[in-house]
Write a protein that binds this ligand. Sequence first.
Ligand SMILES: O=C(O)c1ccccc1N[C@@H]1O[C@H](COP(=O)(O)O)[C@@H](O)[C@H]1O
Length: 219
Amino acid sequence: MTLDIKICGLKSDEAVAAALESGASHIGFIFFEKSPRHISIEEAARLREAARGKALAVAVTVDADDATLDAIVSGMKPDILQLHGHETADRIRELKSRHGLPVIKALSIREASDLDLIKTYLGVADRFLLDAKPPAGADLPGGNGVAFDWTILTSLDANVDYMLSGGVNAGNIASALRLARPSGVDVSSGVENAPGEKDPEKIRAFFRAVRAITNEGAA
Ligand SMILES: O=C(O)c1ccccc1N[C@@H]1O[C@H](COP(=O)(O)O)[C@@H](O)[C@H]1O
């Protein structure tokens, strides 16, 4: 079983290096000013250069307007856009034609009925990222380190291509992957010492934990 691994909210050379050396398929940069992981376009452009040919660079935005997205796309040249707000299917069609980039649509999940939203975006979004709904009063739509009940994913149509996100870490990824069959996992808080402060050793430990479970079948 191969599994994409996205390390999100990167801000330092050390964290990018740990993600790439460990074999990250995707590295994510957050463009959302309220986030402790927010990064400037210039800095993201510099960091993403290290990943060229190694991992795909993902620009994460939240209900961003055209001017903001134009600046991100021309400045940082991401491989993928991750839309983490309330973007409609029409807005995604518009952005895909404007920028010619694949789109990951993040959806906030708490209960099984929240998965119904997937239908709205099927054939429009290239991939889904299923994240936990933010806790009451949270400032951030993602990156809260909160997990949802993964057992609800057992009923999900096997053709839905999604990354599992929200509160994932080295300690719980094995149970997540025993319950769900995502094509990728996305982690941010779970590899940090404090909000926005990635820990290279936690990044490496996360990959070891994923490999322990994905290699089980190969032994
Ligand atoms: O991480 C953030 O600060 C953030 C801000 C705005 C939108 C999305 C954000 N993060 C995304 O949420 C997932 C899950 O995070 P966590 O592992 O639960 O902390 C993260 O990987 C980003 O894709």
